[in-house]
Design a protein around this ligand. Structure first.
Ligand code: NAD
Length: 479
């Protein structure tokens, strides 16, 4: 069986404690590899390597344009290696091959974008009221960045942090999810092959409390970029606060997909499908609350149920499979638990609602609940699975009220042909991203992140580089 070590200082190393964790294929339910189960000693070694690399003139002394050139090289290598990396990631998290392949190819584009930004980070001269002095702003890399990611899109979510951090001139220690570490260890070696000095990119694998927590608490880690659930996010925020570190937190959501009576039905139905059932609903931006205007409620639900019941579940590596298994055993059990809670709360299950052990892996049927009340847990809490709740609304004001009536604020979508209504809704919905007549679009150019309990800070776009830079003000006396 393949055994992965940590990736520290340009080498794959065995864990100091000698312990490993099995990593399972959620379709076959077989353990196909082992990953190092790290501890605080491994974290210390990785942070030392990252600190040394940050001080190494071969990294800190090169021009921003040379950093950009290195990022371009690694972007090309990622494109070359995309099929291999996608296969590893897919074996680990069971996502559809078509989706993982597209995502990993896009990781290359992501690095190309930040390669172009590396030498566009500019300071500026500012006026002052003291006279005779030159006052200017320099932006300097923060130093060693801790990166902690979940299992749903490991390479993508790592790159959302790593690419801007490297463009800024930082170095990094990555702690991937214990369920999906293999592709990240392989990915780290591409940076060595592209010519990055050893220690610029490091990976320590293992559990959240054993590796993630010591990484966040390490005094030499300047900033933490985290994507994951709310509980771990809050813990990371607390640990970072003790060290007075900055953080970027991308947490969960309970995003409303709001369909008005004048929407294009077919287009909206596709948007509902990709919003909740793509990636088997294991997506932070999942459109898990479908808000339907009362006048189209029955008609839309009828088509939605027929559509949902036609979804093909099966082997995620096959091109005609529409929904794969759930990535991890705990997540599979959590989804089934929420389905039971919804039933007990009085929601009506009109499609799906069961596990599918006959298909082999950890499958949950695409599930739709109607008669959902906003006080129910199924309407308020993130399931992170293929479970949709449908809620009627009367008019725009009602849609805004229900749409915003959750603790989260990651994303929202509005389906209407009325431009004025679209503009009004986009301004009133409390969410970091609002789509009109589409769902799930993201880009390296577009800032992504949450309001309310969905997170802190933004990833992607030009501003993401600023998350990894400190501001320094310089005063030069003229006499
Ligand atoms: P999780 O929060 O359990 O774990 C995320 C990462 O944090 C893992 O690497 C884990 O080992 C680590 N971790 C756990 N406890 C920690 C601790 N005490 N200190 C430091 N690190 C710790 O999440 P998950 O189950 O892997 O992923 C699912 C969750 O992630 C969902 O709730 C989902 O909404 C969220 N998510 C958010 C986004 C986004 O962009 N907003 C994207 C994907 C997933």
């Amino acid at each position: 069986m393949k055994r992965y070590g940590h990736y520290i200082g340009g080498n794959e190393l065995a864990p100091r404690g000698g312990r490993y964790l099995g990593t399972e294929n959620p379709y076959t339910c077989e353990t196909w590899a082992e990953v190092a189960r790290g501890d605080a000693d491994d974290v210390n070694a990785a942070v030392s390597a990252a600190k040394a690399a940050f001080a190494n003139p071969a990294w800190s002394g090169i021009t921003a344009s040379k950093r950009g050139a290195l990022l371009r090289k690694v972007a090309d290598l990622i494109a070359e290696e995309a099929p291999r990396l996608a296969q590893i990631e897919q074996r680990d998290n069971g996502k559809l091959a078509s989706e993982v392949n597209a995502q990993v190819r896009y990781v290359s584009d992501y690095f190309h974008y930040y390669a172009g930004l590396a030498d566009k980070v500019q300071g500026h001269v500012i006026p002052n009221d003291k006279g005779g002095a030159l006052t200017y702003i320099r932006y300097e890399p923060k130093g060693v960045i801790g990166i902690i990611t979940p299992w749903n899109s490991p390479l993508t979510l790592t790159s959302w942090k790593l690419a801007p951090a490297l463009a800024a001139g930082c170095t990094a220690v990555i702690k991937p999810s214990e369920f999906t570490s293999c592709a990240i260890v392989e990915f780290a070696d591409l940076f060595r092959r592209a010519g990055f000095p050893d220690g610029v990119v490091n990976v320590v694998t293992g559990l959240g409390e054993e590796v993630g927590a010591p990484l966040v608490s390490h005094p030499e880690v300047a900033h933490v970029g985290f994507t994951g659930g709310e509980a771990a996010g809050v813990r990371v925020y607390e640990l970072a606060a003790r060290g007075l570190k900055t953080v970027t937190l991308e947490l969960g959501g309970k995003s409303p997909n709001i369909i008005f009576e004048d929407a294009d039905f077919d287009q909206a139905l596709n948007g509902v499908f990709s919003g909740i059932f793509a990636a088997s609903g294991q997506s932070c931006q999942a459109g898990s609350r479908l808000l339907l205007q009362r006048s189209i409620y029955d008609r839309f639900v009828e088509r939605l149920v027929a559509f949902t019941q036609s979804i093909r579940l099966g082997d995620p590596s096959l091109a005609d499979t529409q929904m794969g298994p759930i990535a991890t055993r705990p997540q599979f059990e959590k989804i089934l638990k929420y389905i039971e809670i919804a039933k007990k709360e009085g929601a009506r299950c009109v499609a799906g609602g069961k596990a599918r052990p006959d298909l082999g892996g950890q499958f949950v049927e695409p599930t739709v609940f109607t008669d959902v009340d906003m006080r129910m847990r199924i309407a308020q809490e993130e399931v992170f699975g293929p479970v949709l709740c449908v809620i009627p609304f009367e008019d725009e004001a009602d849609a805004v009220r229900i749409g915003n009536d959750v603790a989260f604020g990651l994303a929202a979508a509005v389906w209407t042909r009325d431009l004025q209504r679209a503009m009004s809704m986009t301004s009133k919905l409390k969410a970091g991203t609002v789509w009109v007549n589409n769902y799930r679009a993201t880009s390296f150019t577009a800032p992504f992140g949450g309001m309310k309990r969905s997170g802190v800070g933004r990833e992607s776009g030009m501003d993401a580089v600023r998350e990894y830079l400190d501001t320094k003000c310089v005063w030069i006396a003229a006499r």
